[in-house]
Design a protein around this ligand. Structure first.
Ligand code: NOJ
Ligand code: CA
Length: 602
């Protein structure tokens, strides 16, 4: 793509480069400050033995896909022994591999092969709760009330006559009460235990010293096997407010409730998460400080911690990434931002300023295993509340529009300084499965919400690798643990590999350019003058390269400045203008010696 010739009908806007919002990192800053990390959901990526469930040998055999894609690291969702009540986020043994996924030796091989290919490996750590099949929980049940074994979890007597009512009114994130009553070893109705998620996921008591030392030992176990870091599940949930006081509302995955979303859409600031007595309590931070000491003892290169913490406001969220705590935290604010230019500008600004205030990189993410894929989400009108799963009888997205916007959104995201997370299949433009039969759904949310929320299965459907192979090449046979939608063959890797303009090739190009231009450690200054429907900024690096990024969310095409040389675009530019729902990357050698506040007549 070469220089752009605007048409007569499109007047050139007078552009203005705003003052620098974020300053470039030094050229050789630590890898995690700018890394692109690809999330693999092991159950659904590649199956080696034909049982229809993805596994570790399957992942190892396909790692070359990631090398060719151009990411820096992969994050594996849990593969530990587990009854799979919540897709493995119910861990029965933190130091082994579930036979479903392979053996411990397969994890060693995966790590070794990834390292040979220059990929780092991040594993999932689930410290808020274990599985009810964990040896500690079984011992706790057997040992009876007020035993030291029960003290490693959160057991309480019930309220009311006979202790028949739960100890407080907390609700589980998956719906229903956050407490389940046990039957005591003598057969009598007994105490209740806390589970912020499924009843099969009892919460640990983090005031207990043994819980703390156990997790430090688990960190060492995996660090000794060579992992490069941990994604920390529900990092904001470990410590509960003393006395476990009542709280009025249920919180959802990623922290948004119908009520909270409406409140924010009405223009109010989100309610601070730490008002909820089980989220974002100050006591969590000393835990991460001690973990940081463990990790630092293994570097260099740095081993990292990334917080999954649904915390508002961002000033509180970035406390997880202070210099002596975690390295990164997921930016769910960005993920939740509607396809509205002013909202995107605001979230980018907020995120960079907040992260800079603690010296951490911002992160960026659009999809993961808990949310409707962004190629589908963006196929609904902007501002539509993000659904928790979609069923055949629900309003359906505009698939073409969703993909067009998803490509534009990713092209915008990958130009932002900081670290970015990708979710498996998004590099194919994969849509959500929106017509899974209810009887096949496995997400506990579906049952616990009485079917009101379809849940997360639709984003967890096995990957299509080869259009014309059984199961689209997911495994050696036709079996896939969830059925693949009919359209998945069209999105298969082999249909896009080497095909100019395919989503896979777009991702490959963006990732290559991002690396070559050091965009992950670049600076950012917004560019003003385009009007309210455009997000435009400049990312500059230490070598003096400058990339102009223009995302047009408006209905009318927009013009690029004179000297801009387009190097990639999420959709064809046609007559040289940036059409609607398109993001462009362009080299832009603007006048030397200008001050950033000068008006630039583009
Ligand atoms: C967040 C994980 O991403 C999600 O999949 C899981 O259900 C909950 N934490 C509980 O572990
Ligand atoms: Ca398998």
């Amino acid at each position: 793509m070469g220089p752009v010739t605007p048409t007569e009908t499109s007047p050139r806007p007078a552009l203005r480069v705003c003052p620098l919002l974020h300053t470039a990192d030094p050229r050789h800053s630590a890898w995690w400050r700018h890394a692109v990390i690809y999330q693999v959901y092991p159950r659904s990526w590649a199956d080696s033995n034909g049982d229809g469930i993805g596994d570790l040998p399957g992942i190892t055999a396909r790692l070359d896909h990631l090398r060719r894609l151009g990411v820096d690291a992969l994050w594996l969702s849990p593969f530990y022994p587990s009854p799979q009540a919540d897709g493995g986020y119910d861990v029965a043994d933190y130091r082994d591999v579930d036979p479903l996924f392979g053996r411990l030796a397969d994890a060693d091989e995966l790590i070794a092969r990834a390292h040979e290919l220059g990929l780092r490996v991040i594993v999932d750590l689930v410290p808020n709760h274990s599985s009810d099949a964990h040896a500690w929980f079984r011992t706790a049940l057997a040992a009876g009330p007020r035993s030291s074994e029960r003290d490693r979890y959160v057991f309480r007597d019930g309220r009311g006559a006979g202790g028949d009512l739960p100890p407080n009114n907390w609700e589980s994130v998956f719906g229903g009460p956050a407490w389940t009553r046990v039957t005591e070893p003598d057969g009598s109705p007994g105490q209740w235990y806390l589970h912020l998620f499924d009843p099969a996921q009892p919460d640990f008591n983090w005031d207990h010293q043994q819980v703390r030392s156990e997790f430090e030992s688990v960190l060492r176990f995996w660090l000794d096997r060579g992992v490069d870091g941990f994604r920390v599940d529900v990092a904001h949930g470990l410590v509960k407010r003393k006395g476990l006081p009542d709280h009025r509302a249920r919180t959802h995955m990623l922290g948004d409730t119908e009520e909270a979303a409406a409140h924010v859409l009405d223009g109010h600031a989100p309610e601070p998460t730490h008002q909820i007595p089980y989220w974002d309590q100050d006591g969590v931070h000393e835990i991460y400080r001690s973990w940081r000491t463990v990790l630092d003892s293994y570097g260099p290169p740095d081993r990292i911690l990334c917080a999954e913490a649904w915390v508002e406001p961002q000033e509180r969220a970035v406390r997880y990434t202070r210099p002596d705590e975690m390295h990164q935290a997921f930016n769910f604010d960005f993920l939740g931002t509607p396809w509205i230019a002013a909202d995107l500008v605001a979230v980018i600004e907020r995120s960079l300023l907040a992260a800079d205030s603690v010296g951490a990189p911002s992160t960026w993410v659009l999809s993961n295993h808990d949310v409707v894929r962004h190629a589908t989400r963006l196929g609904f009108p902007p501002g539509t509340r993000r659904p928790n799963g979609i069923g055949a009888e629900d309003p359906q997205p505009d698939r073409e529009l969703g993909l067009r916007r998803a490509r534009a959104a990713t092209t915008l995201m990958l130009a932002l300084p900081g670290s970015a997370y990708l979710y498996q299949g998004e590099e194919l433009g994969l849509p959500e499965s929106t017509d899974l039969p209810d009887q096949l759904r496995q997400d506990p949310t579906f049952v616990r919400s009485g079917g009101e929320e379809k849940g997360r299965d639709g984003c967890r459907v096995p990957m299509p690798w080869t259009r014309d192979a059984p199961g689209h090449g997911f495994g050696p046979g036709p079996a896939t643990w969830l059925p693949q939608p009919k359209v998945y063959g069209h999105y298969a890797v082999d249909q896009q590999d080497g095909v100019a303009g395919s989503t896979l090739e777009l991702y490959r190009t963006l990732l290559r350019l991002r690396r070559e231009l050091s965009l992950g450690s670049g600076s950012l200054a917004f560019v003003g003058g385009y009007g309210p429907d455009v997000v435009a900024f400049v990312n500059g690096n230490a070598d003096g390269d400058r990339l102009l990024v223009v995302a047009n969310l408006g209905a009318e095409p927009v013009v690029l400045p004179d000297a801009a040389e387009v190097i990639e675009a999420s959709a064809p530019l046609g007559d040289g203008l940036v059409p609607t729902d398109t993001t462009v990357w362009a080299r832009w050698p603007w006048r030397a010696g200008h001050r950033t506040t000068d008006s630039l007549d583009a």
